[in-house]
Design a protein around this ligand. Sequence first.
Ligand code: PMV
Length: 354
Amino acid sequence: MRHHFTEADFQIYHEPVSLPRNWQGQAEAPSNIALIKYWGKKGEQIPMNASLSFTLSQSKTITKAEATLLKKKAPAVRFRFYFEGKRNEKFEDKIKTFFKRIEPYAPYLKQFEWTFHSENTFPHSSGIASSASGFAALAKIIMQLEQHLFPGLNRDYAAYKTSFLARLGSGSASRSTGSGIQVWGEHPEIPGSNDLYSVDFPFPVHENFRHMHDWIFLLDTGVKTVSSTKGHALIDRHPFKEARIQSVQQHLKSLSVAIQKGDYDTFGEIIEREALTLHALMMTSRPAYILMKPQTLEVIQTLWDFRRQTNARIYFTLDAGANLHLIFPSSEQENARKFTGSFEKITVIKDQIL
Ligand code: PMV
């Protein structure tokens, strides 16, 4: 049995021996795409169900931090946040909530005055999960400082605490502090999995799934009409809640077996069912809402036709938005190019799994 860290393990009970007058940190974190979706929470950032994701490699957030020691510890973390060169008050609001949540785990942040400069390698508001990479990068910076203040931290502790902190910013961010295939949320078939932080997929990955691609079709770059925060909340009293909990548990189990065996058909069937279930839950929420656009359906239909004609091993998934992610192994790149060629006007961001 692996050791699980608890919330109490991540709390800081004593003051650092010394504090630097000035400190600088820098970190980058990739985005991730969930194949088994986290949708619905219990309590403070605890997922209703376990999720599994692929970590991307090109789409990332890069953040720099400068900290200046204050004469006296501030009552709340003092900071300014610049996104792509401009101060961003919307992000500052979200980060304020984050800093409040992580206070018992990183009280040392209040000793400094902070300036953050952050940028993404992907187009802003392209619908790619920027909160995941954004909070993961912030959590990495915080843990860099913690390692500086408390030298000799255990490596597992530092890595898991990074994911733990990121989770308190945005749930999906917990899966963006590592690499490869990540599992966040307790699942009986996944050793080490737990609700507090994400862990590496613990089984050997079949050769068929070692070189996977994610090509993102940008179908809607506007602001989402319903945020993920609101979407999660609507699951609380959703009429299909219990059915969702049971089916997603089963989906993760089957996907895990498919990844170990190299079974493309099951993999494709499960990830597409997960994507459509996520959107079905939105459409059957009260109030109901739809984040797909007509083009999302058009691409899905065209992909299903293409697969019938070519047997290509190219599948799709969707996030909480209209954009479509094509997921396929390296061996299908030629087919993916052919398929993408029939949508000349659509911008496609090409990424692969880290
Ligand atoms: O991390 P949040 O609260 O933005 O929620 C993300 C939810 C999905 O992206 C739809 C699914 C997931 O597991 O990433």
